[in-house]
Design a protein around this ligand. Structure first.
Ligand code: NCD
Ligand code: ZN
Length: 335
């Protein structure tokens, strides 16, 4: 049994820089046609030259494959309209992080007050720039995303023409917002469709499944599956593949992030097949994102086959999700 995907897109991807970029970027480029690249480097990508130079480094690291890095800029509330206009020629979106909420987000926004953010958000809305948001408060870890829903509602109402992507949603409350506001969209990761907090800390602690936002309850996972498996037109796949070296994961003070990009399509095929939903996978991994971002990716044909795939125990010094386990689907060919 085979299933063919065309131009799969990963709309939330961490490729890092330097040696890590060389390790992970080719793995995404092998099976994806493009990806929305997150700007949380150290220091964050917040200048136009920074965007262009980073994009060039990604292109060099992926030069053997057809892969288009769609760039984002790290959101700052003091950008001018002139700067944003220039930036809009080179980036699809700005990524907003509340300060300190996740890996390398220390320079994020200190206040989510609509009036503080208004000048930048109004300019983005006028310029057609997309706002991608890491939607967590600094409250109790299981409630952070739920507590952020009010902020999503304030932003969506204040800027009705601004496309707002609720990144890597993990709760039923976020899913419910999709049908409440025309301008709210979401990315969903592979791991949040598969695991709950039980998988992370319910038995032996699994550092390679520790990420932000933390995996939630069974009912949250079900709500995410419900919209992903039917490829609800406002959701798209964003792996949030977030590689960290083994030394930063298997240690005291484990970094947040699950590394999934090399196994994502195989695991998605297995999941969608299990739920008799393979017919929706194309929309979930490409068509919905194309419509939301008004973007046509380069052509790529990925043939998946229902033949077991043994996941390596590591790629360089990064451990993937399902390391040393066997998935039901493999990639047969890419052209
Ligand atoms: C991401 C990272 O490592 O950059 N970590 C994560 O747990 N998802 C940052 C992020 O997207 O929150
Ligand atoms: Zn991320």
């Amino acid at each position: 049994m085979t299933h063919t995907l065309y131009s799969p897109l990963d709309m939330h991807l961490h490729l890092r820089d330097s040696a890590m970029l060389q390790t992970v970027a080719p793995l995404s480029a092998q099976s994806f046609s493009g990806g929305l690249i997150m700007p949380n480097l150290v220091p964050p990508v917040s200048t136009i030259s920074g965007v262009l130079e980073y994009q060039q480094r990604i292109k060099e690291a992926t030069k053997n494959e057809t892969f288009e890095p769609l760039m984002t800029l790290f959101f700052r509330s003091d950008y001018t309209r002139e700067f944003l206009q220039q930036a809009s020629l080179h980036v699809k979106a700005l990524k907003l992080y509340p300060s300190g909420i996740t890996t390398n987000s220390e320079g994020g926004v200190a206040s989510m007050d609509v009036e503080v953010l208004r000048p930048v958000l109004q300019a983005m809305s006028d310029l057609g720039l997309v706002l991608c948001v890491h939607g967590e408060t600094n409250g109790f870890v299981m409630d952070r995303e739920k507590e952020f829903c009010n902020i999503y509602e304030d932003l969506a109402s204040a800027f009705p023409k601004l496309k707002i992507i609720m990144e890597h949603i993990t709760t039923c409350e976020s899913v419910a917002l999709l049908d409440k506001y025309e301008n709210l969209y979401a990315t969903i990761t592979l791991h949040h469709l598969l695991i709950t907090l039980d998988d992370v800390v319910g038995g032996m602690l699994k550092p390679h499944l520790f990420c932000k936002p933390i995996a939630k309850r069974y009912e949250d996972k079900e709500a995410l599956l419900h919209v992903a498996l039917q490829a609800h037109p406002k959701v798209m796949f964003g792996s949030d593949s977030a590689p960290h070296p083994i030394s930063k994961k298997e240690c005291c003070g484990c970094a947040a992030g699950v590394f999934t990009s090399p196994i994502a399509l195989q695991a998605l095929a297995e999941l969608f097949d299990k739920h008799n939903a393979l017919a929706s996978l194309q929309s979930f991994v490409s068509n919905n994102a194309q419509a939301i971002y008004a973007y046509t990716p380069p052509f790529k044909e990925v043939v998946l086959v229902k033949v077991p795939y043994r996941v390596p125990n590591s790629y360089g010094d990064v451990v993937p999700m399902f390391a040393d386990e066997t998935l039901a689907w493999s990639i047969q060919s890419v052209r």
